[in-house]
Design a protein around this ligand. Structure first.
Ligand code: C2E
Ligand code: MG
Ligand code: MG
Length: 652
């Protein structure tokens, strides 16, 4: 939460309706309570007044009955004594007893006191009552034997009633006020709780819980805000940072270590940024740096270099020193795109370019990259149809036993004959196929085709010969055993004539599950080789645990052999390590006799490379196998390979 206050880019939050709603609720319920109370008070007033009128009428009737004789006999004294009983009612101000001619016979109280008010007092000729102002006028006819002999007029005050009702109203207002204050305090407390919860939700909505950086949603909002506020006059830049091989760290050291690495990396990134720049975690191992007011080649390079500096020193996680590498793509507004989505896409394209350049580098977006990306998208779409249209085929490259100088097997390598682009090499489409998942279907096709082919070679008199097939990490995740069983069963090939090549990178990606799966294959008799060895993160400890029987030294370490240098030393170390672990070792990409001699001399078992043959059509392999019918080395002199028909060789 503290982070948010320091954040130079304030996250724009939705306007809070809650506060206003709560206030409106408290005020309106207070008002409703008050209105209900007042209505009730009105009702109380009316019913009290009704009761009072009833009471007065009753008293008037009793007094009239009691004075009828006095009126009849014109006895004012007796009449006055009877009227005096009205004193019992405090509301009665005075009363006049008239005879039939309207003459006052007796009187209770002093009408003069109230004269100004009662001057207009209605003198009725009928029994009944009238209310005017705070007075009630009651008239009761005095009757004797059914004949009217006079009338009694009582004037009463509503004052006490009004006072009572006023007290009621005051109580109502007071009670409402107390209830209102109570509700208000309660509402403030609830509001505070809701505010805290809302703040937490805001945090979760805009911040990444692992690193505390702003998240993808906040990034989109901020990019849009920068575009809106800066217009096209002032530029800014985006750096998309994707950690290379993060998944390996996660899988080998566990998720807690993975999270710690992300946290420490985020802190590093912030440390190396300019104060005005903001870092976001978009998810997984993807980060974004937003650098306002930045444009031009120099500052962009500086930005990329600063981000790279963040990765220079290894990061310590749970006792391990981890060297984090990242691929970064930089895009600029408004040069590369003028809307948020296209800008992020441009940075993504640049990042993809950085990855394809061998990772751990940064690339500034260039419009040509967009074209490449489009080409990739097109290939991706076409690849889905390639299998159906029968555009894929396999070529085979011999693997030579260095002692006997004979071909012991071949590696099956995939080729795509694109109807418009011509021959497309696996380097251009395997990664795409892995991303889209189509590699699973393609891999299945490769396994079936290679197994059928090796069975055909076995049937033509070369039973010990094997075919090595490359499989991708995604295929392994799908369950390799089922795919291989099906390929072996449908082709009838011997399991021992099949070898699986898994790159070191794929191997360590999900080591636990890979070990289990490969053990099943070994049990079948299928060979397992680790491809491109030396480029991944394998340690000796891992190698010992893996159910494998072969290592293929990556071409990069073979290239500079035999000149003295690190690569030669690594190649030799791999050879001696393989021997001590009892693994067969193959040198890949042997192009010169000097390389061949070097590996031969140091005890490397096999070699593969253009020195012997480029990957060729199966017919050319069959022809080579024919030469195996004769005893002795097939490759006494490497140059004899020229005998492979030129038509079946790849032009590459
Ligand atoms: P890889 O498995 O390491 O295959 C060896 C690559 O090195 C092949 O490239 C081969 O043509 C090339 N090569 C062999 N000898 C030499 C040499 O002397 N010099 C040079 N410069 N190159 C040499 P290719 O056929 O382009 O295949 C590239 C990669 O594509 C393969 O590397 C493999 O990882 C992948 N791949 C090929 N076919 C398949 C497949 O069916 N499935 C999967 N998953 N991956 C495949
Ligand atoms: Mg291979
Ligand atoms: Mg290889």
């Amino acid at each position: 939460m503290k982070e948010r206050r320091q954040d130079p880019f304030r996250v724009q939050q939705e306007p809070r309706l809650g506060n206003r709603l709560m206030r409106a609720l408290v005020v309106s319920s207070g008002a409703a309570l008050l209105i209900a109370g007042l209505i009730f008070d009105g009702f109380v007033y009316l019913s009290l007044r009704g009761a009072m009128v009833e009471d007065l009428t009753m008293q008037a009737r009793i007094a009239a009955d009691n004075t009828s004789a006095a009126v009849l006999f014109d006895d004012p004294l007796a009449a006055a004594q009877t009227l005096d009983a009205l004193r019992a009612s405090r509301a009665i101000l005075h009363a006049d007893l008239h005879d039939a001619n309207g003459r006052v016979i007796a009187r209770y109280g002093t009408p003069e006191e109230h004269a100004p008010l009662d001057a207009a007092a209605p003198i009725s000729n009928e029994s009944g009552h009238t209310v005017a102002g705070d007075r009630i006028y009651v008239t009761q006819l005095v009757q004797e034997a059914g004949r009217t002999v006079g009338s009694l007029h009582i004037v009463a005050t509503l004052g006490p009633l009004y006072r009572r009702v006023a007290i009621h109203v005051a109580m109502t207002v007071f009670a409402t006020g107390v209830a209102f204050a109570f509700a208000f305090v309660l509402a403030i407390r609830i509001r505070r709780d809701i505010d805290a919860t809302e703040a937490r939700l805001d945090y979760l909505a805009y911040y990444d819980a692992v690193t505390g950086l702003l998240n993808r949603r906040a990034a989109n909002q901020q990019i849009q805000r920068l575009i809106d506020t800066m217009g096209h006059h002032e530029g800014f830049a985006l750096v998309l940072v994707d950690l290379d091989d993060f998944k390996t760290v996660n899988d080998t050291l566990g998720h807690a270590c993975g999270d710690e690495l992300l946290r420490k990396f985020a802190a590093r990134l912030k440390h190396h940024m300019r104060p005005a720049d903001v870092a976001f975690r978009l998810g997984g191992d993807e980060f974004l740096i937003l650098a306002p007011r930045l444009s031009g080649h120099g500052p962009l390079q500086a930005l990329g270099q600063a981000a790279q500096q963040a990765l220079e020193a290894p990061i310590a996680v749970a006792g391990h020193e981890i060297r984090v590498r990242a691929s970064m793509g930089i895009a600029q507004f408004p040069r590369d795109a003028v809307d948020a989505a296209s800008l992020v896409r441009a940075a993504d394209i640049a990042m993809y370019d950085a990855k394809s350049q061998g990772k751990n580098t940064f690339t500034v977006f260039h419009p040509d990259m967009e074209r490449d990306a489009r080409q990739r998208m097109r290939l991706d779409a076409d690849l889905r149809l390639a299998l159906e249209r029968d555009e894929l085929h396999l070529v085979y490259q011999p693997i030579i036993d260095l002692k006997q100088r004979r071909m012991v097997g071949v590696e099956a390598l995939l080729r795509w004959r694109h109807p418009e682009l011509g021959l497309v090499m696996p380097g251009e489409f395997i990664a795409l196929a892995e991303r889209s998942g189509i590699i699973v279907d393609i891999g299945q096709w490769v396994l079936h085709t290679a197994c059928r082919q090796v069975k055909a070679w076995a049937d033509s008199g070369h039973p010990g010969f094997y075919v090595a097939v490359n499989v991708s990490a995604r295929q392994i995740r799908r369950g390799l055993r089922g795919q291989i069983d099906s390929a072996l069963a449908s082709s009838g090939a011997d399991p021992r004539s099949l070898e699986i090549e898994i790159t070191e990178h794929s191997m360590v990606e999900d080591i636990q599950s890979n070990v289990a799966q490969l053990a099943l294959l070994s049990a079948l008799g299928v060979g397992v080789a680790v491809d491109d060895f030396g480029t991944g993160l394998s340690s000796l400890a891992y190698l010992k645990r893996l159910p494998i029987n072969k290592l293929k030294i990556d071409r990069t370490f073979v290239k500079d052999v035999p000149s003295e240098g690190d690569d030669g030393a690594i190649a030799l170390a791999i050879v001696s390590m393989s021997r001590s672990l009892g693994l067969t070792v193959v040198a890949e990409g042997v192009e010169t006799e000097a390389q061949q001699d070097f590996f031969s001399r140091h005890g490397c078992d096999c070699a593969q490379g253009f020195l012997y043959s480029r990957p060729v059509e199966p017919e050319a392999i069959a022809e080579l196998l024919q030469r195996h019918a004769a005893p002795g080395p097939v490759w006494p002199q490497p140059r004899q390979v020229a005998r492979v028909p030129a038509s079946s060789l790849e032009s590459s």
